[in-house]
Structure formats: C-alpha cells, structure tokens
Design a protein around this ligand. Structure first.
Ligand code: Q46
Ligand code: ZN
Length: 299
C-alpha cells in the first residue's frame, strides 16, 4: 500500500482491514453494536466484503438484494444473486431480504427504463431511483437503524471529481460518509469510503469471497469509469492523491465551505408510498409505475 508505505502479510492484512473499517465507523459516528444495519448487497466485492467485515466485527448486519432483472446476454442479475447465495451458504446466521422488481412491479429495470426513456438513454437513472426507493422501503419497514452501502474511496473520489467539475453544489452538499435520517428516510452510511478499491479486492480475495467479476452491461462508457481512470493516473504519480482529495473535501465541507447550500431540501410525503419527495404529488418512483392512462392524463 504505497499511500501508507506499508506492506502486510495475509495475517496482518486481515487484521488491518477490519480495523480501518472500525475506525471509519467510529470517526463518522455511523452506528454501534446495539443498532441494526441493513447492507445493500449486489454480489460485487465491495458489498460482500462490507457485509463480511461487519459480521466479523460483531455488528448486527443483514443484507438486501434488489433483483433488477438485468440480463446483458449472460444473466447479470441471476449471476449476481448466485454469488450472494454462495456467500450465504457459509454464513447460516446471515439474513437476506430480496426484492424482485419484476414480481413486485410487473417489469424488469430494462423494460421499465425502455418505456420511460424510450431508448434515449441508459437505464442508470431509473436503476438508481428503484434501488434507493426499495432499499429505503425495506430499511424502514423492518426497523433498521441504518442502511450501509459498499462505496469505496475510488467511487467517492470519482463522484467528487464529477461534482467539482460541474460545481454541483447540491450534490456536493449531500456527498458525505453519513446522511442523517429524515422523516421516512433511513440513515445512510458508507463504511468503506476511506479504503481504496484494490484494498477491498485484496480483502475479498484473502477472505475467499467469490464475487461477480463481470460489470453490469450498462456500465460501459460511463463517465464515472473515465473519472476513475483519470484519478488512477494521478494516484500512480502521487500515491495518496485520491485519499487527500476526498478527505480534504470532507474537512472543507465540515468547516462550512458550502455555506447554506448544505441545508436540507424540504420534503413532503408521497401520497401513494409515503416516502419523502422534493416534488409536490407522487414521488418519482410511484410515477414510474403509474398506469399508462394516468400517465397520458398527466401530460
Ligand atoms: S446504475 Fe447503471 Fe449500475 Fe444500474 S444499470 Fe447497471 S450500471 S447497476 S451501479
Ligand atoms: Zn411514492
């Protein structure tokens, strides 16, 4: 690990990594051992490693998987779920919630996105909307104290770069390792936010976690990937650059450089699902599934 000028053997790496996660949890006051954590799992290395490490550290951590019905010619969603099932096979105490989007709402993500976007765009915005809504729904319905995601430092630095390039002040205000709970919105945390992607991959490898290597078929050409490549080049030249970029942003944010922009947007409950929304009337998730007739009337 060039940024720490540190090289560890397997035994010590498997001590170092959980200690780093524990440090982030306590530094940002994410949760404690009395609280119930819901981990968003995708079958990838980050989310499975996070779930594994939280259980190792003695936290009450359950999982949630949202089956979006993505195929991509190789059964991406099915393969992802198979990895999660393999993970669970060795951990009988772990509990998983599964939301099958097709069974619940009558369409897979690609079908809903095609209808909504008329093939003009990739389904990622609709995907984010569905995942956010369903994870929050399960967290609230089952009384979890916090929803944890496996975003690592590379993810956070890439999002930060994108937000800074376009000075997206509203997004910058919400980019934090912890988002406090609001009425109807679960508390959200990112315990891996200070760990590099390759550090998480090393942990998964050493712990024997079999995860999905294939990327989602819709990820190709994403700007986030491009920003990650740029940051990797920067990191290769000056080790630690990614971490400094992110950590110094958090410090500046805490010191108030975003000013009043950091204030929360007023939210009202959606009349259909009850989840908070910033627009009057139905939330974006409920509008997505509205019957065709009422969609026509809306125009
Ligand atoms: S948003 Fe887009 Fe990802 Fe959803 S459709 Fe695939 S690439 S999985 S994080
Ligand atoms: Zn709604």
């Amino acid at each position: 690990m060039r940024r720490h000028k540190l090289a560890l053997c397997e035994e010590h790496y498997l001590e170092w990594f959980p200690a780093q996660v524990e440090r982030a949890i306590s530094k940002y006051h994410m949760f404690d051992r009395e609280q119930r954590v819901l981990v968003a799992v995708s079958g990838g290395k980050d989310s499975l490693s996070l779930w594994d490490v939280l259980m190792q550290l003695g936290y009450q951590a359950d999982g949630i998987y949202v089956d979006l019905g993505i195929d991509g010619g190789f059964g991406y969603s099915k393969l992802s779920f198979a990895k999660i099932e393999a993970f669970l096979a060795g951990r009988p105490a772990a509990r998983l919630h599964v939301v099958d989007v097709l069974a619940e709402y009558g369409e897979t993500l690609p079908q809903a996105a095609r209808r909504k976007l008329r093939g003009r765009d990739k389904p990622c915005a609709v995907c984010g909307l569905i995942k956010r809504h369903e994870m929050n729904r399960i967290a609230c319905e089952h009384g979890y104290d916090v929803l944890a995601t496996g975003h690592n430092l590379d993810d956070e630095a890439a999002v930060l770069l994108s937000n800074v390039l376009y000075w997206q002040i509203g997004y910058l205000a919400r980019q934090s390792p912890v988002l406090a709970a609001q009425d109807g919105l679960a508390r959200k945390v990112k315990p891996l936010c200070r760990l590099y992607e390759r550090e998480v991959a090393a942990y998964a490898l050493l712990r024997g976690i079999d995860y999905i290597y294939e990327e989602c078929p819709y990820v190709t050409g994403s700007t986030t990937l491009f920003y990650k490549e740029m940051l990797n080049r920067l990191e290769a030249n000056s080790p630690g650059a990614k971490l400094q970029f992110y950590v110094h942003f958090l410090r500046a944010r805490k010191e108030g450089f975003l000013g009043a922009q950091a204030a929360q947007v007023p939210l009202t409950p959606c009349p259909n699902c009850g989840q908070p929304t910033s627009v009057p009337g139905l939330c974006a998730f409920c509008r997505l599934w509205q019957p065709r007739d009422s969609r026509e009337n809306d125009r």
